[in-house]
Structures are given as C-alpha cells and as structure tokens.
Design a protein around this ligand. Structure first.
Ligand code: HEM
Length: 296
C-alpha cells in the first residue's frame, strides 16, 4: 500500500506532473510579455488559476479520504496524484509569481504553500519509513494482540503474587495500575512512560538475577540466592516466576507496544503541520485573489 503511493499504475501521476511542469516551463521561456514576468501577465493568470484550482483539489483529498463509499477512484490513486501534482504545484506557482517576492500577502500565500509541500514530502518519507520499522518491531503480531498478552501476564502475575504474600500482591497490583501505555501524540513521543513500579520487589529480583548470572548457578544456587535476597525459602520459585513474567516478558512486550505507538505517533505528527497550514494557505489564497482583483 505505502510503496504503491509512488509507483501507483506505473507512476502515471509522476509522468502527468512532469508533463505539466515541462509545458509550464516551456511556456514561461517562450512567453514575451510587455512587462517583467509576474502573476499579472496572461501566462501569469493562466498559471495562477491552475495553481489555485490545484490547491482546492489537493485540499479536497481530505474529504475524498473520508468518503468510504465514493466511486471516484481509489484512495491510493488519489494520494499518488496528490503527492505528484502537489509537487508540480511548486513549479506552477513559482512561475506564476515570476520570481517577484516581497513582504506581502501574495508571498505569504507562497511561503505557506512551501511549508505544506515540505511537510507533505516529510509525510511521504514517514509513510515509506515507519511501517517497515513497525514490522521489524512487532512482526505480524497486532498491537491488540500485544495488549492481550500483557493483560494475560498481569493476570498470571497477580495469581503468583497473591501466593507469595499480601504485600507482594499489593505491589504488583499497584505496578499494573501505574504502567500506562498511550496518551496523546506529544505525550507518546516526548513523555517518559511510567515504568512498572515494583520498588523493592524488582530490586531484590534483579539482585537475584545478577547473582544467578554471575555465578552461572543451578536451581539450588538460585534457591540460595533467593534466600539471600528475600530471606524466604518457600517463595523463591514463585518470586523467580514473577520476575520472569514482569521483567522478562512484560517489559519486553510493553517496550514493543510503546515503540509501536511511538512510530504511529511520528506518522501522525507531520499532519499537525500539513493540515492546519493547508487551511492557512487556503485563507491566504482567498485574500491574495481578492486583493489582486480589488486593486486591479
Ligand atoms: C499546497 C499543496 C497541498 C495541500 C493544500 C495539501 C493538503 C492536504 C490535505 C487537506 C490532506 C488531507 C489530510 C487529512 O484530512 O487527513 C492531505 C493529505 C496528504 N498530503 Fe497533502 N497537500 C498538499 C501537498 C502535498 C504534497 C506536495 C505532498 C507530498 C509530496 C503531500 C502529501 C500528503 C500525504 C502523504 C497525505 C496523506 C495523509 C493521510 O492520508 O494520512 N501533500 N494533504
């Protein structure tokens, strides 16, 4: 799906866009207006009208994307056309200006357009880049399935913890309540996720793991290690199971899920620039057109 944005139907919209740009460039070169090239020459008006129509059509994609019953082409086809014709717009609009820039609403519209286009290019990069990272991160396992596995681990951990002691059960329960996943886009990207708060329990378990690793100990030594760290012989095996569940398995799944959400958030972040600036561009475009005809 994501690769096909660029190669959709043999990249037909790439060729259409290149042709459009070529015609515009040739027309600009051969055109000999009786004033310096600008938006007010005949060619300037033609290029300006084309650019304005293109902008309205590019914005229409937001509506087309949400019309699931629409029979006007596929969304992938629209997106492919959106990307290539959106890039062609830069050439058309630049030639329309005749390279006459200044501190005015016309240049403001142009700058907003460039911001939208640059954010769009970054968006295409995201569409091509992040889905691959997401697959590398969690393979074919869906985020829902990761969530279900985490819930199952929590359930098992509570059962084991309750066999160890009430205090352990309470701590595990608290840790489950405190370990959060998700939130808003910015929180996912910049926020530090609260780690499962197992306090002393995890510390003891980690010490136990270190001792076992350092000495390459067998189960008897593990039992001894747990006595050293925890002081209760009858709960060492349960504590080991709990450690394995909460540190070994759950932390790994949580990290996968959080990374997945982070990639998804990066994929959405650029739209926070692309869409609002598109609307700002539309507003500036209306003012630009209105002021041109008002002062004319
Ligand atoms: C002035 C030119 C442009 C305007 C006004 C514009 C406007 C829009 C709008 C309104 C959407 C719909 C967003 C939504 O509702 O979710 C959109 C989506 C998108 N645009 Fe643009 N765009 C422009 C140029 C570009 C360019 C040049 C590129 C890439 C090179 C691009 C890439 C994208 C992509 C990848 C999406 C898909 C977002 C999605 O479906 O999640 N855009 N654009």
């Amino acid at each position: 799906m994501h690769q096909s944005i660029l190669s959709y139907r043999g990249s037909r919209y790439l060729w259409w866009s290149l042709l459009l740009c070529l015609i515009a460039i040739v027309a600009y070169i051969v055109d000999e207006p009786n004033m310096p090239p600008n938006g007010g020459t005949v060619l300037g008006y033609i290029l300006g009208t084309l650019s304005a129509l293109l902008i309205v059509w590019l914005m229409w994609f937001g509506i087309r994307k949400r019309c699931y019953k629409s029979k006007m082409g596929t969304v992938v086809g629209w997106l492919s056309a959106h990307v290539f014709l959106g890039l062609a717009l830069v050439i058309l609009a630049t030639l329309h200006t005749g390279f006459q820039f200044g501190m005015n609403v016309h240049t403001l519209a142009y700058v907003l357009m460039i911001i939208v286009v640059v954010s769009g290019i970054y968006g295409v990069f995201c569409y091509l880049h992040y889905p691959r990272l997401m697959t590398d991160n969690r393979g074919e396992v869906s985020p829902d399935s990761l969530m279900r596995q985490i819930q199952e681990i929590d359930r098992q951990a509570l059962v084991i913890a309750s066999e160890i002691s009430d205090e352990t059960h309470e701590r595990v329960l608290n840790s489950i309540r405190r370990s959060r996943v998700g939130g808003g886009v910015l929180k996912i990207i910049f926020g530090r996720h609260k780690k499962a708060n197992l306090e002393g329990l995890v510390q003891k378990a980690k010490v136990q793991q270190k001792i076992m690793k350092a000495k390459n100990v067998d189960s008897t030594m593990a039992f001894m290690a747990s006595r050293i760290t925890h002081g209760r012989e009858d709960t060492s095996e349960l504590l080991r199971q709990l450690t394995d569940l909460l540190i070994g398995q759950k932390e790994k799944l949580l990290a996968q899920l959080r990374r997945d959400l982070q990639y998804k958030a990066y994929m959405d972040l650029w739209l926070y620039i692309h869409v609002p600036f598109s609307f700002a561009l539309l507003a500036a475009l209306i003012v630009h057109i209105f002021s041109v005809f008002f002062y004319w």
